[in-house]
Design a protein around this ligand. Sequence first.
Ligand code: PLP
Length: 417
Amino acid sequence: MSDSPVWHPFTQHGLGEDIPLIARGQGALLHGADGRTWIDAISSWWVTTHGHAHPRIMAAIREQADRLDQIIFAGWTHEPAETLARGLTEIMPEALTRVFFSDSGSTAVEVALKMALGYFHNRKEPRQGIIVMEHSYHGDTIGAMSVGARGVFNRPYAPLLFDVTSIPFPATGAEQATLDALEAACKAGAAAFIVEPLVLGAGGMLFYPPHVLAEMASICARHGVLFIADEVMTGWGRTGSLLACEQAGVVPDIMCLSKGLTGGAVPLAVTMAREDIFMAHWSQDRADCFFHSSSYTANPIACAAAVANLSIWRDEPVQARIVGLAAMQASELTAIASHPKVESTRQCGTIAAFDLAADTSGYLSNWAVHLNAFGKAHGVLIRPLGNTVYVMPPYCITAEQLSHVYAVVRDGLERKT
Ligand SMILES: *Cc1c(COP(=O)(O)O)cnc(C)c1O
């Protein structure tokens, strides 16, 4: 047993897995304190977009740290938050005029749900229900778990979770059932529908097409149900476009962003909202204000990192890197598709995924444990979701590095037993 006092997230310490000590990161590479290196094939859990330690983001953090570390954000403001909010309203859909800061994807989701209920409460419309999609994931706080799939991850906490209406995942050929269920749930008078656009990440890298996203948004609009897009993972180019919603021509009423917001360097999140949702909280009565805050809301150093991320999107050929990575992923996927253990290869922008012929199924499948350990031992950070292997690297990964990732996965499939 290790003598470290650290209790790691989503880690079964009883299995005695190797827990490498990382000293340095650069681009798509992680350097261990013991001299080993790993290619980061999952962007350190989907956050690192431009690569580790991007010089402009690191410089922005250093410069801001010399000026202002932290300031209460209720009734006070600072330049990095103002610049960031303005920058976001410029590149995000025009209708999303308001930017509320928080610290993680989970809190961005909590904020979105509270905005939706606050909106209807302040308008004196009795709407409360939340509609969610089967297999979805929105984070690990109590509210975020409540709107996500129920399963082995949250069974012990079930008594704390609130009830929601779940509609089926729009599997190929079964899209109409999803739309019908959404229509029925909307008619019953829900407040909001929260969904991951185009890609359900933690639910197993499940993809559905833009036209289904567009139809879901228009059903919500028809019934006055707020459409909340959780772009925490899909945002910042992952699906090929800046936002996944763009591909469906959908403008959400409320949108959550985090992970790639700072390029993956430091924690920060925003929930963006339509003007009338803000205005529903605007009055002379303090009881109508939006009651949410955390100590570090809009931390200046985190905001400075996000401002640097915006300038990278503006000045560097990020879109070209994304197109290049998508093409490399496509050819790697084509090559691995013929492997006898590989099924259902699929791709959405920079994200590639496939399933492995199951021994056991679900998140606790031993494929995940085996490939995670095999990757660690062979220079690749990869973390399958049960029987689903996915590769979601930083956009700066080279063709050689990406090929090495797939070669290690292939070897891992052979040396399973
Ligand atoms: C990761 C994720 C979250 C939660 O974000 P955290 O920063 O881990 O709290 C929420 N929604 C989606 C779609 C995610 O992928």
